[in-house]
Unconditional design. Structure first.
Length: 79
C-alpha cells in the first residue's frame, strides 16, 4: 500500500517535512519612541524626495515651451 521513498544522499532532506522544532523564538522587542520617530522621519524624507522629484520633473517633460524658431546653424541661414 505505502511504498518507501527512495533513499537520498542527505537524510535530513528526506525527513525535513516531519521535523518540528520545540524551541519557540524569543518575543519581539517593542520599538522605543526614538526608533519610531527615526523610522517615521526616514519615511517622510523618502516620500518628500519622491514628491519633489515629481514637482520638478513633470514641468520639464512637458513640450509646451517649444522654441518659436527651429534650431539651425548660422552657416545654413545664408543659403
Amino acid at each position: 500500500m505505502f511504498r518507501r521513498r527512495e533513499p537520498v544522499p542527505f537524510a535530513f532532506v528526506a525527513e525535513a517535512d516531519r521535523f518540528r522544532s520545540n524551541v519557540t523564538p524569543p518575543p519581539r522587542e517593542s520599538l522605543s519612541k526614538t526608533q519610531i520617530a527615526a523610522r517615521s522621519l526616514i519615511g517622510l524624507t523618502v516620500v518628500a524626495g519622491l514628491v519633489g522629484s515629481l514637482l520638478f520633473g513633470i514641468p520639464a517633460l512637458q513640450p509646451s515651451h517649444a522654441p518659436a524658431k527651429s534650431q539651425q546653424s548660422e552657416a545654413s541661414e545664408g543659403r
